[in-house]
Design a protein around this ligand. Structure first.
Ligand code: ATP
Length: 276
């Protein structure tokens, strides 16, 4: 199989910025994670895949501090989140940018106001400064200047995603968490968004934790892929290695019709790039 984006030369330095070990999450008697281990390496784009309900979003929420795990350890930038004071934890969480499914924008605020909110709250900027910076973040995600004064209801799905991304980038995060960023986008919009993620990672030196079902996104963006199955991370490696792992879900996912189509499309694009 043709290699992933990793083999184009954009790979991480190897230092772990997040280390999850023996993570357990249960809701009543429903065990979602049991002794889950995973690391996120500086500079990489790590894709998180798995069947519906395997706990991808719960894992993301556990790391960013929106869900308290039942047990286990999460170290971020070498620090155990559980042992930190609320103030230190909040400092670390400000080094995260999160794009939730649906964009999670305030519907009553226009885009520049939406992005100004975290800048006023956490960076202490005045409203005009925050809105000015908001317009710059919107431009960074490829939105035209006139989008700044639009309300979320006036935007296409792709523009909402870009605006959500601009807000996630408001505080210049080091780690970007994306929960199904291309869900609901048409294939052209999704491909453009994939390119944007890679461009931003390269330009801003971000590390990206990317939950997705989208095989094309995996091929276009990810250095490594982690598969959630059987309540844990079954394998976390390059796409080529993961796709060859002997596991029923993995084989259905990567070698089924959609997986093969994504792989062939990636192969064709790689060939075209090498001829240019
Ligand atoms: N607050 C909660 N209370 C009870 N159960 C929950 C809660 N949050 C998540 N769950 C359950 O945990 C499991 C994992 O949910 P999660 O949303 O992380 O799955 P996922 O892998 O992201 O799924 P999908 O791919 O469908 O988005 C699901 O069975 C879900 O119902």
């Amino acid at each position: 199989m043709e290699g992933s984006h990793a083999e184009s030369g954009n790979f991480s330095s190897g230092t772990s910025v997040i280390e999850v070990s023996e993570l357990c999450n249960r809701f009543g008697t429903h065990v979602v994670h049991q002794n889950l281990g995973l690391d996120l390496r500086q500079g990489e784009i790590l894709g998180i895949v798995g069947g519906s309900g395997t706990g991808k979003t719960v894992l993301l929420r556990s790391i960013v501090g929106l869900h308290k795990p039942s047990s286990g350890q999460i170290r971020v930038f070498g620090q155990d989140l559980e042992r930190l004071s609320a103030r230190k934890r909040s400092e670390i969480e400000q080094r995260f940018g999160v794009l939730f499914q649906g964009g999670a924008l305030f519907t009553s605020l226009n885009l520049q106001e939406n992005i100004a909110v975290p800048l006023i709250e956490h960076a202490g900027l005045s409203r005009p400064e925050a809105e000015e910076l908001g317009r710059m973040k919107l431009a960074l995600t490829g939105l035209p200047p006139e989008a700044a004064l639009k309300y979320p209801s006036e935007l296409s799905g792709g523009m909402v995603k870009r605006a959500g991304l601009a807000r996630a980038l408001a505080l210049d995060p080091e780690i970007l968490f994306l929960d199904e960023p291309t869900a609901g986008l048409d294939p052209i919009g999704a491909a453009a968004f994939d390119r944007l993620i890679v461009t931003l990672r390269d330009a801003l030196g971000l590390t990206v934790f990317l939950v997705t079902h989208d095989l094309d996104t995996l091929y276009a963006t990810c250095d490594r892929v982690a598969v959630l199955s059987q309540k844990r991370v079954l394998v976390a490696d390059t796409l080529a290695t993961v796709a060859d792992t002997q596991d029923e879900w993995i084989q259905d996912y990567f070698k089924g019709p959609r997986g093969r189509a994504a792989s062939y499309a990636h192969l064709a694009q790689s060939k075209q790039r090498s001829q240019e």
